[in-house]
Design a binder for this molecule. Structure first.
Ligand SMILES: [Cu+2]
Length: 448
């Protein structure tokens, strides 16, 4: 339990960060005349939650913002950011829309479209007030455009083919140039044959950092694009006409167990920017911490409008920023809570065999008609995750996947692990391995 003294020193530390102090100080003083219990408990429980979404702990500290004019780069798991060159005071970026091969996880490679060899395309990062020029070379086999999703910009730079610009023909380069007005998490994607071009993977993040680097400074800043694909087992090219029945769900075009883990130091203030250009919403759930939604694609949510949550819904065509203080060491799951979205390729029109006896010679009799039939599922699907080397069609992923320190994890798709660790060296965010639980802190199973 944090003492009143450490709480007050915490709020003192927060003074450096600026915004938090007004609320924290007011509450602490407001309760000064109460009995010891109220003075000790009320400010701790209520005030910091308004700004952090989590009770302060021994790990809580205030992130140091980068030097003036700089920004702390975003981490795009399984991806990267786009370099630029300065030309006459303009930041110039180059994107090439092109066919790419994307490995979703070991065992599955997809014929996708992307930018600069990857899907999602590289994350564009710049600063509020920057003048940017983006050259878009079209190497996909049909015309394209790029829409800078969410930005306030001149109408002729909005990227809607036919409405605000000519399409960029195959083999040609389109030039966009505008000034970044508002800091926020944005996206880029074609506004030309959208259904096909987005289903094939043409999309990316465009992050505009605030001019003042102390604004909403964090220690770790991640960007995860949510997407859905219909790639039938045994094939490699997405079915672009699918409306609802997708079978592969991805974080940055990778499916668990192909998703990068997110390593953070205990006490880090963490932001995850989530973006969704799929055809359905994704309620993304973080284990073990409370977070705040601090921004939408329209910009920062004022502090008084944030509330604690541990599942944030990311609607179609939107971005959402969430932040929290990672003060609970451990291996914490981060995943979409639509259960089918945290699984890999599966058929959805299966009968339910739970409680149906498939013993005796049923398997032999069915195999006479269907040689590949496997009697299973009479007690649920878990038995599948315990079968090593179960035969799969080529180029697809097992439905329930991943091995953890305690056995099969039975997950897939939109799933990864946030690894919160004490003692990571500053800046060393390599995978620290599985969490070693203190003795007596792991669930145990009784014999009966
Ligand atoms: Cu989902």
């Amino acid at each position: 339990m944090t003492s009143r003294r450490s709480f007050l020193s915490l709020s003192g530390t927060m003074a450096a960060a600026g915004a938090a102090i007004g609320i924290a100080k007011a509450s602490a003083q407001g309760h000064a005349g109460h009995g010891p219990a109220a003075a000790d408990q009320e400010p701790q429980r209520r005030s910091p939650q308004l700004t952090t979404g989590t009770a302060p702990s021994a790990h809580t500290r205030v992130p140091r913002p980068p030097a003036d004019g700089a920004f702390r780069p975003v981490v795009t798991p399984n991806g990267s950011s786009l370099p630029w060159i300065m030309k006459d005071g303009v930041k110039e970026f180059r994107l090439v829309a092109q066919p790419v091969k994307r490995e979703f996880a070991p065992g599955m490679v997809v014929n996708a479209w992307g930018y600069n060899g990857m899907t999602p395309g590289p994350t564009i990062e710049a600063v509020e007030g920057d003048r940017v020029r983006i050259l878009v070379k079209n190497e996909v086999p049909e015309w394209t455009t790029i829409h800078w999703h969410g930005m306030r910009l001149p109408n002729g730079m909005d990227g809607v083919g036919g409405l605000t610009q000519l399409h960029i023909p195959v083999g040609k380069t389109g030039v966009y140039e505008f000034t970044l007005e508002d800091p926020a998490t944005y996206m880029y994607h074609p506004h030309a044959d959208e259904m096909v071009q987005m289903a094939m993977g043409l999309m990316g993040f465009f992050i505009v950092h605030p001019r003042n680097p102390a604004t909403r400074a964090v220690d770790r800043d991640f960007a995860i694009m949510l997407h859905a694909w219909d790639v039938k087992p045994g094939t490699a090219t997405p079915n672009v006409a699918t409306m609802l029945d997708f079978n592969i769900w991805t974080f940055n075009s990778r499916a668990f167990p192909g998703t990068d883990i997110l390593a953070v130091r205990a006490g880090d203030r963490v932001r995850i920017r989530l973006a969704n250009l799929s055809m359905t919403s994704h309620p993304v759930h973080l284990h073990g911490h409370h977070m705040l939604q601090t921004a939408t694609d329209g910009g920062t949510v004022p502090e008084g409008g944030r509330w604690p949550m541990n599942t944030v819904n990311v609607p179609v065509g939107s971005t959402v920023d969430v932040e929290w203080i990672a003060d609970r060491p451990g291996d914490w799951a981060l995943h979409c809570h639509k259960a089918h979205h945290a699984m890999n390729a599966m058929a959805h029109d299966l009968p339910n065999f739970i409680g149906v006896s498939q013993g005796g010679d049923l398997q032999r009799r069915v195999n006479a008609l269907l040689p590949q039939y496997m009697a299973m599922g009479s007690s649920g699907m878990a038995e599948m995750s315990q079968m090593d080397g179960m035969p799969l069609p080529p180029n697809t992923l097992p439905m329930l996947s991943g091995k953890g320190p305690f056995g099969p994890m039975e997950m897939g798709g939109m799933f990864t692990v946030v690894k919160v660790r004490e003692g990571l060296a500053p800046g060393d965010y390599r995978d620290p391995g599985w969490y070693r639980h203190p003795p007596g802190t792991v669930m145990r199973v009784l014999d009966a």
